[in-house]
Design a protein around this ligand. Sequence first.
Ligand code: CA
Length: 442
Amino acid sequence: MYGPDSTHDPALRSWVESANDPLTDFPIQNLPFGRFRTHRNEPWRIGVAIGDQVLDLKLAAELCPWPARVSVWLEPLAAGHLNAFMALGSRPRRSLRAALSAALAERSEQAPFLELCLVPQGQAQMTLPCNIGDYTDFFTSIHHAKAVGRLFRPDNPLLPNYEWVPIGYHGRASSIGVSGMPIHRPNGQYKLPDQERPIFGPSRRLDYELELGVLVGVGNDQGQPKNMGQAEDDWFGMVVLNDWSARDVQNWEYQPLGPFLAKNFATTISPWIVTQEALQPFRAPFQRDPASPQPLPYLDSPANREYGQVDVHLEVLLQSAAMHERGQSPVRLSQSNYKDASFWTIAQTLAHHTVNGCNLQPGDLIGTGTLSGPAQEQGGSLLELSAGGWQPIILPGGETRSFLLDGDTVMLRAWCERKGARRIGFGPCVGTIAPAVPWPAA
Ligand code: CA
């Protein structure tokens, strides 16, 4: 296993003072990659978040002296191509991390050069961190699968394949955007419970889904599956993901082929990719209840059992338009943890995705599925928290919610913290619901 190194030392401090703030998501131990610009007409550039700043890697490649091998890896990044760097694999990832860590650490001789390459995050407009060619969404939380299964099929909540095969479906890449992207209430076709025929109109059951997203680093050739070891080595990093969902549309359309228009109108991710290396101190064993079927051999490995999971704390907050007007802080709706929620690890989902010969490519996004915890109040969607809309949530100020209303802002948060390690965070994944776009007149 790739073990902790000097880049993970919790005592390591940066000459970028804001990175030493105990509350920052981006201390020197994190160093996530994103894509930004400061003016409308300039090309997008790759940056690394450090405290409340962005280190511009184009400027850093030009203005700062680097060892020759580091300059080679900085080349695709300086050109704005994160995918090309992601495709290089774990060794360059780890070496560049070590070089950036040393350069940003206190007493670094590169500090006078890199000071000229910092952009305040407040001045940076963010876009998708890489080109996402394909998007697949899994269903790895057994607690979510059971809770939602109970609502859709009370007599048969968990289908018999669930404990054997990582369930997923192909999503849509074109409608993925970063935190802050506009979310219009989708129009669609759905059936009200007391009516025989479906109606068309703005969804009345708009929901969020609390997920993490995994970005593929090294791809695989068509027909050449990844084994568990390759699958583990080849993922690049993670983001927070909100898989916005129209439950009324979903309920009417999902059989027999699964989600379609209920899900593909918008997906929001956080703009910074937290690398697999930054997550190293937070890896955790994969344990399967002995009463459940054990993974088939192609989904099993000693390394996966030893550290296949990742310990990520998750929470959802909501602020209604009225709360915003009153200056009231967002209210927390739920909390959960990725390692407790997921029945399948990242390596298992990637190995499974390729087992039939399907080729993954650098930058592909793999959603974990809604990460609900075991308790009802740990539901990762309003569908679960409001028990299918039957038990509305009461917000501060007395408003109630079964599903999202226009003007509601949903904030997903993720962070890792453990004794003996520096806390790292994922940055924002926020969206505000705008009214449905009126149907164009014929
Ligand atoms: Ca989902």
